[in-house]
Design a protein around this ligand. Sequence first.
Ligand SMILES: Cc1cc2nc3c(=O)[nH]c(=O)nc-3n(C[C@H](O)[C@H](O)[C@H](O)COP(=O)(O)O)c2cc1C
Length: 208
Amino acid sequence: MSSLRRTFVAEQERTDGCVHVLLITTGSVASIKAPLIVSELLSYRNVKVEVVSTKSSLAFFDAAAVAGARVWRDEDEWTEDGGYRIGDPILHIELRRWADVVLIAPCSANTLSKIAHGICDNLVTSLLRALAPTTPTYVFPAMNTLMYEHPLTNDHIRIVRDVIGYQIVGPIGKKLACGDIGLGAMTEWKDIVQIVVDKFQLLRVPDS
Ligand SMILES: Cc1cc2nc3c(=O)[nH]c(=O)nc-3n(C[C@H](O)[C@H](O)[C@H](O)COP(=O)(O)O)c2cc1C
């Protein structure tokens, strides 16, 4: 295995008594909220966070600005030097083994469509395709209003919700980053964190 590649082994990274939150970010402007979502989650006791981001998503926030969590990207999954050996940890499998809950926040129209069709051509979608159906997974769509109202979106949401079993939350209506007003914005980032807090009955770290 390439010595340059970062590795992750679920068994070594999981901590008894902790809630392991996997935050997936995709190519919507709402990805700028990722550092806030991570820091708010980490203000609760016994929470660990890992972030997995698509290439487009990383145009909207600086991975180095995410304090307290690693940001995993496609390059971490692949080496160009033929360095994979049987038995080496496979990142998308290790990350899904690690996760107690998955948040896809924001979920772009593109990734929503890929999930609905079972496409797994990057780290995010490979991980999701390999995810156990018992892992609670929340999808927070975020897209331009007309993208959201596109006739295909409804079908993709239906498949992701009714066939795959993920929970769809939002989008909400407001003035979008592109200037349009209407449905399509990601659920408020604090409300996203609150879903995890309520589900796992999290308590604040004292003085945070
Ligand atoms: C400035 C900018 C903003 C964008 N905002 C969104 C968005 O809010 N929602 C969306 O679905 N796509 C948006 N896109 C398009 C996606 O980034 C594009 O479809 C991309 O292929 C998504 O890839 P991903 O799903 O792998 O992250 C935006 C593109 C640009 C250049």
